[in-house]
Write a protein that binds this ligand. Structure first.
Ligand code: PLP
Length: 438
């Protein structure tokens, strides 16, 4: 047998001189793996709940967290074995709750790249800025991570109908994943949600309504309709599994940085699932011995027009109060009240992090600046983290040796962009000098 035949049979390939084996592009979603969920736990009281049962909030009305036999995980999986798996979100199956491979619902969730912003880093005087670019996930936002897990678990636990309030991206992800596995979905958006989101949701098979209110008003409709409609409420943090999906951001980040964490993580915070999820990821990774005790400063970033978490952090409060008259171009973080507020605030405080708000003018300017300097078009929420980083750099909170990770959570292409008015008449002589000077 020649060496090509041997290579083809075993699917061995090499990255940076390291030999890796791969049995197929969809290996992570089709191979059975041992699972280690032991129970669920109330994030407020610590009360235990049985795994493998359908749960919403705890009896205390607080989010439930999934707990694992982490010694079991450590014994079953090594960093070396993990390194041989295909590069998608499902490579971390031992740290995820789905019991059987047949219940995984996937549209191809890549490990998202870390994109450096060298020109912006020089401009701000920050050591290194890396953007975790979540816009590359299915439906164009990191909501895909949470909803892929939540829908898979709903499927595993026999749910056939679900509902949620959304500012757009979560509804799009729910619609896509629910349709993919035959679950009926009902979605309620504020009536000023960009049309492209609403249309995307409808096209992906959900029943969608525009509501004359904000996301919390839409959430009330979902809550009120439970008995009449028999749907499962898949709102942010009102079921236990979206956090587990968002947790993969922390797992990926640590693995991409060679099992290190950065100095700071700037996270555009709405409901805070991702911030809470990453904080949980780091704790689990330390527990299985893959990272040390060092943690990044977790920075909760909000828009000045809707900043309940920033206000609570500044006041030293444990919970945030409803933000009246919420308004911002960063629709994904227009969340006036977050049920996981105390978990966000805890992670920020325990990490010696902070909370910062940026006004819309700075968000819009930040989006243009990053795109012009480094060629990366961030959504307005992602741009909010850059605006906040500029403020943090000015205050001396980050400096010349800091490695900072910003989250670009969704694609900019679903939002209105500044108009372009220049036209050119091809029948007239072209003024090349004017073109060059434009
Ligand atoms: C939902 C969303 C956020 C906020 O995410 P949370 O984890 O709920 O705080 C940020 N940016 C975009 C683009 C979103 O869709």
């Amino acid at each position: 047998m020649d060496c090509f035949a041997v290579l083809a049979m075993s699917s061995v390939f090499s990255i940076n001189g390291e030999t890796r084996a791969m049995t197929g592009f969809n290996e992570n979603t089709t191979t059975e793996r041992p699972t280690f969920v032991t129970h669920l736990e109330c994030s407020m009281t610590g009360k235990r709940y049985q795994a493998d049962r359908l749960h919403g909030l705890s009896e205390a009305g607080k989010p439930l967290l999934v707990r694992y036999d982490l010694d079991g995980v450590a014994a079953a999986l090594s960093k070396e074995e993990l390194a041989t798996r295909p590069w998608d979100m499902w490579r971390y199956r031992e740290l995820l709750p789905v019991r059987r491979a047949e219940n995984i619902v996937s549209l191809g969730e890549p490990v998202t790249p870390l994109v450096a912003l060298p020109a912006c880093a020089r401009e701000l005087g920050v050591g290194e800025i890396l953007v975790k670019d979540e816009s590359r996930l299915p439906t164009g936002s990191f909501k895909a991570r949470g909803l892929a897990l939540a829908v898979a678990m709903a499927k595993e636990l026999g749910v056939t109908r679900m509902a949620m309030p959304t500012n757009g991206n979560a509804g799009a992800a729910l619609a896509a994943y629910a349709s993919r596995c035959g679950i009926e979905s009902f979605v309620f958006c504020p009536d000023d949600t960009p049309d492209v989101n609403v249309r995307e949701i409808a096209l992906q098979g959900a029943k969608v309504w525009k509501v004359n209110g904000l996301i919390n008003d839409c959430g009330k409709i979902v809550g009120d309709g439970k008995d009449a409609m028999g749907w499962f409420d898949i709102s942010t943090l009102k079921e236990p599994y979206r956090i587990e999906g968002k947790k993969t951001m922390g797992l990926e980040l640590a693995e991409q940085l060679g099992w290190e964490t950065p100095d700071a993580i700037f996270y555009p915070t709405g409901g805070g699932t991702g911030l809470i999820g990453m904080w949980k990821a780091f704790a689990e990774l330390e527990n299985i011995g893959w990272i040390g005790p060092r943690r990044p400063h977790m920075v909760a970033v909000q828009a000045a027009g809707c900043a309940p978490i920033v206000r609570a952090w500044e006041q030293g409060a444990e919970h945030a109060e409803l933000w009246e008259g919420a308004h911002t171009v960063a629709a994904g973080i227009r969340v006036p009240v977050a049920i996981g507020d105390f978990l966000i605030l805890r992670a920020v405080r325990d990490s010696a992090g902070y909370a910062l708000a940026a006004p819309d003018e700075e968000i819009v300017a930040a989006q243009a600046e990053v795109a012009r300097r480094d060629g990366l078009l961030m959504g307005p929420e992602g741009a909010t983290t850059f605006a906040a980083l500029r403020r943090a750099a000015q205050k001396g909170l980050v400096g010349k040796t800091s490695r900072v990770v910003l989250f670009n959570c969704g694609t900019a292409l679903k939002y209105p962009m500044p108009a372009v008015s220049r036209t050119l008449d091809r029948h007239q002589p072209i003024d090349w000098a004017a073109l060059a000077g434009a």
